[in-house]
Design a protein around this ligand. Structure first.
Ligand SMILES: N[C@@H](CCC[C@H](N)C(=O)O)C(=O)O
Length: 276
């Protein structure tokens, strides 16, 4: 056997507006290799490959494929908008189509390619306190926390703060405080946003299970929904994040989101590294 080109676990490294992913294809009856332990090891930016989320593609009888999302701390996430767009772009290419349907923990979602852009419908926002979920009944538009954030579920929980200057927020201290607040029994993703123009927001994010990231698709959707509910914007919003710009459009059939997609490299996890 060639000692360099050894077999192992293939993956694709992608990013959407700087939100970076390792994509592993476990379709066609392949044994499912991804566990919480493997996700933590691959997610380590020094000893592994590094990612914000690992997206595992599996078979699904009702859809073109199923997606399972893992955070870099090894926890599973119910939704990941940017990874959904990245994998949809890959699958559209592979299947030679401009539309795919995929299953997630939240249910069946749809992505389409229009004018070269991949849009994903993240589904309707979850605006009831139990759906987010929150620990007790309260107005999700203004939570009883310092800064009165809004709570929005997009298949995963989000706490959205509207502030004068998102740049000035100490993300690494405020983020984890809010993530672990007892009001969020499943912890939460945390967004800070400022209005910078008509229907335009500057947004920074602290992701549950990962920390500061350059972008968050479900977070952008949650922020656009919260901004519209507060009367700050219309239903179509442009969000400038640290790693790029996302556009969100809250339509009748759900919250659609688009932005840049990049396939960075294809790699193989060495069997020696994978061995216990
Ligand atoms: N980057 C993602 C969101 C990832 C999931 C999140 N950290 C969670 O635990 O819910 C996105 O683009 O939506």
């Amino acid at each position: 056997m060639d000692p360099i080109r050894t077999p192992g676990l293939p993956f694709i490294k992608m990013h959407g507006a700087g939100n970076d992913f390792v994509v592993i294809d476990s379709r066609n009856g392949a044994a499912r290799p991804v566990t919480a332990e493997l996700a933590r090891a691959v997610g380590d930016r020094h000893r592994g490959v590094g990612f914000d989320q690992l997206a595992e593609i599996t078979d699904d009888p009702q859809a073109d494929y199923r997606l399972v999302f893992w955070n870099s701390d090894g926890t599973e996430a119910g939704a990941c908008g940017n990874a959904s767009r990245c994998v949809a772009a890959l699958m559209m290419e592979a299947l030679g189509r401009d539309e795919v349907r995929f299953a997630t923990r939240r249910g069946l979602l749809r992505a389409v390619r229009e004018d070269g852009q991949v849009w994903v419908n993240m589904g309707p926002p979850q605006l009831g306190w139990a759906e987010v979920p929150l620990a007790h009944a309260t107005d999700t538009d203004r939570l009883p926390l310092e800064g009165a954030p809004a709570a929005v579920g997009m298949g995963n929980p989000h706490a959205v703060f509207f502030v004068d200057d998102a740049e000035a927020v100490p993300l690494t201290t405020r983020g984890p405080q809010v993530e672990h607040d007892p009001l969020f029994p499943q912890r939460t993703n945390v967004e800070f946003a400022s209005l910078t123009g008509p229907d335009r927001l500057r947004m920074r994010v602290w992701e549950r299970g990962t920390g500061v990231t350059l972008a968050c698709g479900s977070g952008a959707c949650a922020t656009a929904v919260a901004a519209h509910r507060r009367g700050l914007t219309g239903r179509r919003v442009t969000l400038d994040l640290d790693g790029g710009t996302l556009v969100v459009d809250w339509r009748e059939d759900g919250v659609w989101m688009t932005g840049p997609v990049a396939r960075v490299f294809d790699g193989v996890l060495s069997p020696a590294w994978l061995a216990p």
